[in-house]
Design a binder for this molecule. Sequence first.
Ligand code: KIV
Length: 280
Amino acid sequence: MRTTIRDIQMMRDRGERIPMITAYDYTSAQIADRAGIPIILVGDSLGMVVLGHQSTVPVTLDEMIHHTRAVVRGTQKALVVGDLPFLTYTSPEQAIQSAGRMLQEAGAQAVKLEGGVHVAPIIARLVALGIPVMGHIGFTPQSVNQIGLRVQGKRANEAQQLIADALAVQEAGAFALVLELVPAELAQAITERLRIPTIGIGAGAGCSGQVQVWHDLLGLYSDFLPRHARRYAELAKTIADALSQYVHDVRNGLFPGPEHSSRIDPAELAAALSNIDQAT
Ligand code: KIV
């Protein structure tokens, strides 16, 4: 049975911290699912870590759907949340189309979208139609050109706005809220004022759960580690070492070995070769 948004709410109500991770393909999703991670986000961060863009802005809905389908195929238990990319939810009608595709074509169980008070009516419309929505406030990467890459809510007026945003997203019916790059004390204050779970990234330990980007957590995106991330593995190095060994073994005739090859009965081969030799 897949994790539901009700299960996520019950985790929060029991005081169980909620782990969430991004994944973008079948194999990674299968690993995350088997590791017992209850929520997998197909984040539009794939624009950077998978597609090599500078930001999430160029990511299209078709790309999100393509990757989300693979993640859904790789999972049996996790709740799969598909990110709605930039400019795909500018009106309730457009949001219904986009979120509808994410659920119907990609098979996600929920969508995530960025914004507070201003997107609350859009969230309310989706929720009324049976589409679970995860909100996302604080640093919202799709607005990087507007707000810059920086911690949000350090001044009283900004902090007050973020609290208003969080409440608006909750009242619109979102089942959870991502808080990205928000001071820890403010994230905790928001978490204490909400009934729904908060999922932090760069928002301290006082949130109901945490989300991390697959490549940051596993040391795959080797040139850069955001301050808020902790590497639990150094997979870029592990992979590079493995590839160097492979190159060495091929160059030196050490791969493939006999155990990697199939055999033909020598008599069969001799017969084939003699037939060929006689014909030429
Ligand atoms: O796109 C993404 O990966 C995200 C997370 C950082 C929350 O939105």
